[in-house]
Design a binder for this molecule. Sequence first.
Ligand code: ADP
Ligand code: MG
Length: 258
Amino acid sequence: MLTIAIANQKGGVGKTTTAINMATAMAATGWRTLLIDLDPQGNASTGMGVGSESRDQSSYDLLVDEIPLADAMIETSIPGLDIVPATQDLSGAEVELVTVEERTARLRKALANHTVHDVCFIDCPPSLGLLTLNALCAADTLLVPLQCEFFALEGLSQLLQTVEQVQQRFNPSLDIIGVALTMYDRRNRLTDQVSDDVRECLGSLVFETVIPRNVRLSEAPSHGLPALVYDHSCTGSRAYIALARELIGRFPPERKAA
Ligand code: ADP
Ligand code: MG
């Protein structure tokens, strides 16, 4: 299984929207896909239509009580896509894990030797705390959604520093598969300027596909559906399909097919 953490310590940059729709796009093309909701807010779970009544087991139990992965995941309405939902008690995990040994390796252990899925997306919370560290230690690679706004690059340098520390201490093979520009607004000149800066600074690390600002993407979660199901032909959905294609193109050769 190829594990991809979707992280950026800023909130509201499109992590969850990207996680939901990339996972859906991959599942739709035959990849057995797992989505792990690692944000106590549980937006990925809600957005996939998993109500709080069906979150008996969650990523909290996976990390804190070390229950088996198979017991923590449930099927979504999308064939081929399973989810480990999140509940609010996950916010307590940041504190509860502080005193345990190998506290950054809990998720990595939970996912070890898991062969039921081909690909796994981890939706991270908006911080660089213990939950995101667990994701970075468990992941093969990192996908960074970046909103084209002022200070976007500054936030990114902090994230890159954390990645470097994780590489040095815990997960030497962690890499960055790409940076995806989100909520792109062609009519906004600042968007263009920031996008130019980001591309100049990061080069080919930035995906060519950009995710436009699209109201359908923001409506979909309230229906408990990925945008790709809610309206598969809107500009946002089409962009995520293109991004998924570009993402697969960057997979290591032995991982390029489901
Ligand atoms: P994060 O997980 O990084 O906090 P979200 O994916 O939850 O970010 O996005 C923040 C808000 O912006 C949500 O209400 C979401 O529906 C909306 N949103 C995300 N991407 C887009 C987009 N491309 N166009 C319009 N709205 C978007
Ligand atoms: Mg989120």
